[in-house]
Design a protein around this ligand. Structure first.
Ligand code: CA
Length: 244
């Protein structure tokens, strides 16, 4: 289970991260609202903990933007205030729960466990669509009108990220940060290998969706209406040059 904590009090954020990591959660940390929102929008987290008072973008604003973008990841709000209007606004904006500071780590863990239990019941399966391809993140299956195939978790997370950024180039470092985590030891080679796994599986379901390599930068998901033209052979190019 991967968690995102958006909290600018670094000592608190790091203490939460440490305890959750010891409990075998994967944890990403962000210390301001803008980078927190960006990371949250990748959709790779199972729950997000958001502090209300944040630099660059408030916790409310992050939450509202996430829901406006259709992200249904459970959110716990952290608030230093006992003000009930904040709690009401938070719940109205789509938060699933809130914790008032100071809270104990045991309380935080209990809330996260409760959310993850509820998630499978309350949150509908997330199906993403690109061209004639559907990706169901609850089953990790890709499907076209003709066939379906099950991906591994990493492949599904990678494809999800590509679909959410359809037609935009994702650079290799962004892919590493978002799929493997900021502090991972993954390299461009890992990305290359997983992209090649993913391409093989996409070819099995006869989809118009392709992952193109953007030389020197990264990769981009493209939806083609038909098969791409065969790359021109050297002979053909030579012939064309002669013709000119
Ligand atoms: Ca704060």
């Amino acid at each position: 289970m991967r968690l995102l904590i958006i909290e600018d009090e670094k000592s608190l954020a790091e203490a939460m991260s440490q305890i959750l990591t010891n409990a075998h959660y994967m944890v990403d940390l962000c210390f301001d609202g803008e980078s927190g929102l960006e990371l949250a929008l990748t959709g790779i987290h199972d729950a997000i903990i958001i502090d209300l008072m944040l630099p660059k973008r408030s916790g409310f604003s992050v939450l509202e933007e996430l829901r406006a973008e259709g992200l249904s990841t459970p959110v716990i709000l952290l608030t230093a205030r006992t003000n009930t209007s904040d709690k009401v606004r938070g719940l109205d904006s789509g938060a699933d729960d809130y914790l008032t500071k100071p809270f104990t780590m045991a309380e935080l863990m209990a809330r996260i466990r409760a959310l993850s239990r509820r998630r499978s019941v309350l949150v509908p399966a997330t199906v993403l669509v690109a061209g004639n391809l559907e990706l169901d993140m609850s089953t990790l299956c890709i499907q076209t009108p003709k066939q379906s195939y099950r991906l591994t978790l990493k492949e599904a997370q990678l494809l999800e990220l590509f679909i959410l950024n359809n037609n935009s180039t994702l650079d290799v470092q962004t892919l590493i940060d978002r799929i493997w985590g900021y502090d991972s030891e993954a390299t461009g080679r890992h990305v290359q290998v997983y992209v090649s796994f993913l391409r093989k599986k996409l070819s099995l379901v006869d989809t118009s969706v392709r992952i193109e390599t953007v030389r020197g930068i990264g990769y981009r998901l493209e939806t083609h209406d038909s098969a791409p033209p065969e790359p021109a052979s050297k002979e053909k190019i030579k012939q064309e040059l002669k013709d000119v």
